[in-house]
Design a protein around this ligand. Structure first.
Ligand code: DAH
Length: 357
């Protein structure tokens, strides 16, 4: 029995891997293993012999089993160590800047705008790009006969033949997200809604798909003064200029009353655009106090709540800020353009790090 013990304990200690260990287990304590066969011989022994040999064999079997278990976990530990050493990676090493991909100006500007409004307590809301005509028009106080429907150069989705419901549209603005957010969250509410919008139009400053950002603030006593302050704060932070001057010009939108278009002071002297100086004005957004009918469509009581809204083109303010003259280039995937106007992936816009580089 001592020979058996020496043989297996030594072999187990020297086993190279789990497969070798399993072979040894079968040889020693498997059904036809050496120790098991010895145990079968117990029957042929006298009771006196059995009294000595029985417990000794059981002890040997236990000893071999625990040696197997111990070796198995030692092997697993060693394998893990080897793997950790092999797959070790220094995550603090700087990335290899291969100068290929860049963050698109639209993404960068969306992040910039979001950072500024988040600081003023606005959350980000999103809505579908294929929208029902109710959300895109009716709920925003643009009934079927309203000229604004025609002006928006809407893309209509096809309906199956015989389906006479009004067709869905590719949303022409981000304003429908106002309605969806009111329905979902009620008042008070402070949101911005960035996203893609679609209109059938194409020239230097128009593409059939472009981007808008909508803003909406509802509370019991919100006024035009709040709207003016928020937009001035935003422009100062976004353009990084203290001398920004805005002009609120009376206008008309079906979904706001009163409505104002906002222009920014600029100069075109020498053919280049300079913001914050000069005698020219450049329109940058539409805004106003949310129309009571729009509040009602969103399930909000206009006797209790009021608010302001605004909508601006992300592409447009990106062009202004970074001096990109042709909107169509935004969507042509020209690598040279992307390298020139794109941003580093590590350049995440935050207010504390600064937005302008
Ligand atoms: N939806 C308008 C457009 O696409 C922009 C706009 C104007 C949005 C005034 C507003 C607003 O929320 O109050 O031209």
């Amino acid at each position: 029995m001592d020979d058996l013990r020496d043989k297996y304990i030594t072999a187990i200690a020297g086993a190279a891997d789990e497969a070798a260990l399993e072979d040894l287990r079968v040889q020693a304590v498997g059904k036809k293993g050496e120790v098991s066969l010895k145990m079968r011989e117990l029957g042929k022994m006298t009771p006196e012999e059995r009294q000595v040999a029985g417990p000794a064999l059981n002890a040997l079997k236990d000893e071999i089993n625990s040696a197997l278990t111990a070796k198995k976990s030692a092997l697993a530990d060693a394998a893990l160590d080897a793997r950790l050493k092999d797959e070790w990676l220094d995550v603090t090493l700087p990335g290899r800047g291969r100068g290929q991909g860049t963050i698109h100006p639209i993404s960068q500007v969306t992040e910039e705008v979001t950072a500024i409004f988040a600081d003023m307590g606005f959350a980000v809301a999103e809505g579908p790009q294929v929208e029902s005509d109710w959300y895109n028009f009716d709920a925003l106080n643009i009934p079927g006969h309203h000229p604004a429907r025609a002006e928006m150069d809407t893309f209509y989705m096809a309906r199956a033949e015989g389906d006479n419901r009004p067709p869905h549209v590719l949303r022409t603005h981000t304003s429908p997200v106002q309605i969806r957010s009111m329905q979902e969250h009620g008042a008070p509410l402070r949101i911005i809604c960035p996203g893609r919008v679609y209109r059938s139009d194409y020239d230097l400053t128009h593409t059939p798909m472009f981007h808008q950002i909508e803003g909406l603030a509802l509370d019991r006593d919100i006024s035009m003064a709040n709207l003016k302050w928020v937009l001035e704060e935003f422009c100062r932070a976004f353009f990084g200029l203290d001398g920004i001057e805005l002009r609120f010009r009376a206008s008309h939108f079906p979904f706001t009353e009163p409505s104002a278009e906002v222009d920014i002071r600029c100069s075109w002297e020498g053919g280049t655009l300079k913001l914050g100086e000069g005698d020219d004005w450049l329109e940058i957004l539409g805004s106003g106090m949310v129309h009571p009918k729009v509040l009602e469509a969103g399930g909000i009581d206009p006797a209790e709540w009021q608010g302001f809204a605004f909508g601006m083109g992300i592409d447009r303010i990106a062009m202004l800020k970074y001096g990109m003259p042709d909107l169509r280039a935004f969507f042509e995937s020209d690598l040279r353009w992307l390298r020139h106007f794109g941003f580093s992936a590590l350049d995440t816009p935050t207010l504390h790090a600064g937005l302008n580089r």
